[in-house]
Design a protein around this ligand. Sequence first.
Ligand SMILES: Cc1cc2nc3c(=O)[nH]c(=O)nc-3n(C[C@H](O)[C@H](O)[C@H](O)COP(=O)(O)OP(=O)(O)OC[C@H]3O[C@@H](n4cnc5c(N)ncnc54)[C@H](O)[C@@H]3O)c2cc1C
Ligand SMILES: NC(=O)c1ccc[n+]([C@@H]2O[C@H](COP(=O)([O-])OP(=O)(O)OC[C@H]3O[C@@H](n4cnc5c(N)ncnc54)[C@H](OP(=O)(O)O)[C@@H]3O)[C@@H](O)[C@H]2O)c1
Length: 446
Amino acid sequence: MVKVAIIGTGPCGLSMLRAFEQAEKKGEKIPEIVCFEKQEDWGGLWNYSWRTGSDQYGDPVPNSMYRYLWSNGPKECLEFADYSFDEHFGKPIPSFPPREVLYDYITGRVNKGNLKNKVRFSTSVSKVVYDGNSFEITSHDKKNDKFSKDIFDYVVVSTGHFSVPYIPEYPGMKSFPGRIMHSHDFRDAEEFRGKNVIVLGSSYSAEDVALQCHKYGAKSVTIGYRNNPMGFKWPKGVKEVHYLDKLVGNKAIFKDGHEQEADAIILCSGYLHHFPFLTEDLKLKTRNRLYPPKLYKGVVWQDNHKLLYLGMQDQFHTFNMFDCQAWYARDVIMGKSKIPNSSEIEKDINKWVALEEKLENPDQMIDFQTEYTKELHELSDYPKIDFELIRKHFKEWEHHKVEDIMTYRNKSFSSPVTGSIAPVHHTPWATAMDDSSKVFLNQPKK
Ligand SMILES: Cc1cc2nc3c(=O)[nH]c(=O)nc-3n(C[C@H](O)[C@H](O)[C@H](O)COP(=O)(O)OP(=O)(O)OC[C@H]3O[C@@H](n4cnc5c(N)ncnc54)[C@H](O)[C@@H]3O)c2cc1C
Ligand SMILES: NC(=O)c1ccc[n+]([C@@H]2O[C@H](COP(=O)([O-])OP(=O)(O)OC[C@H]3O[C@@H](n4cnc5c(N)ncnc54)[C@H](OP(=O)(O)O)[C@@H]3O)[C@@H](O)[C@H]2O)c1
């Protein structure tokens, strides 16, 4: 019997499990599956942990999410085609849920089956070696401190790429008297109440960490961008300046001459694709981009078609794109989808990479990833979902952000699965301080 290893049970690993489950329900004979998950439970980044640094076994903590994190895109854009929000919550809910609500949705779809018995929890994969025929996986059962070796025909890498921080150094950091941290270790904006905070970066973490600190009472927030400013209309108390030049004592001096006293510096400088458990011949090496090279259809490792990666792209689309990838990966593994010859593969990868390199603005990037996801969708029996509506929603969302970065999360969108329209949330995001599911879902009846 074919044996498949899935490494990681974040949203991507869970999509993979679901894809096999759905084939089995249709009467197909599925391979033997073993999932490895280094945390005690599934859900990946959405499974919040207060821990930072390393866990009780000395293993690096993968979690990068924080208290009061809300979805930064409309939930309608990430909805599962085979499990709608309406089905899970029994009613339409607002478009920008907090983390706990999305965690409940993601895990709700897989909790219904018997999938947990396929997962070895608290078990970290430490080595994957291919011998020309099969893979040998070494894993560490952290609770019992026991190493095991198992042989597999296929390996699916779904370990995410927002867990290992990229940490640059600036002159003066060694003698800075305040706190310096990466957004990976950011857990609660309350810590910065009354403080002068410097945020370095110009992407989603910089944007949201800056707004979080502002919302929970920081005295001032100064964002230092490196290449391009985000350029939003920031609320009073938040400003965006050009790149940190150096720190002198507790003073941050920026390239544009701006100076700011600082209590804390939060590096929102992104993450590394990091796969220390893979040998060099199997390892994806890429920056965070929409089409990492060497992956056919964004999934199949060009040099070894028995190795598949999920979710390695920079992401506008998330959960339903991961599903399309997983359904396709399943069909490759089960021999239902044929991989073309190496020159066709090369041509296809090059086509996408060349297109990606020409992208100039968010609208074009949204179009690019929508086209990619639509193409992938055609390759399997993943249920129908309205990607044209999702494309339209993403562009509208981008424009809402430009209009007002403080209010975009108050908007409502329609479902690409059920067509239902989300109610407007009972409290505007800027004043909603409690992010619990109970409070969020307690929408007063009209
Ligand atoms: C701060 C932050 C906020 C985000 N907010 C949003 C949002 O609002 N909306 C959205 O759609 N997306 C958001 N994302 C994007 C996020 O990448 C995806 O939503 C999703 O979590 C990716 O799923 P994944 O399965 O690829 O990776 P992950 O969620 O990272 O899961 C990977 C899993 O692999 C496990 N693992 C890693 N290494 C090993 C190993 N060696 N052995 C065994 N197990 C291992 C980890 O423990 C983890 O459970 C956010 C990301 C970050 C960092
Ligand atoms: N739900 C939410 O609210 C929320 C919150 C946070 C994050 N997220 C998600 O988390 C994921 C990761 O986002 P991310 O912003 O952490 O990573 P990212 O999108 O990869 O962006 C990395 C940023 O780091 C900057 N950078 C790199 N090196 C730097 C240096 N030496 N000095 C200053 N800046 C530097 C880059 O700047 P250049 O552009 O100049 O290269 C870029 O702005 C995304 O999927 C995002 O959607 C979601």
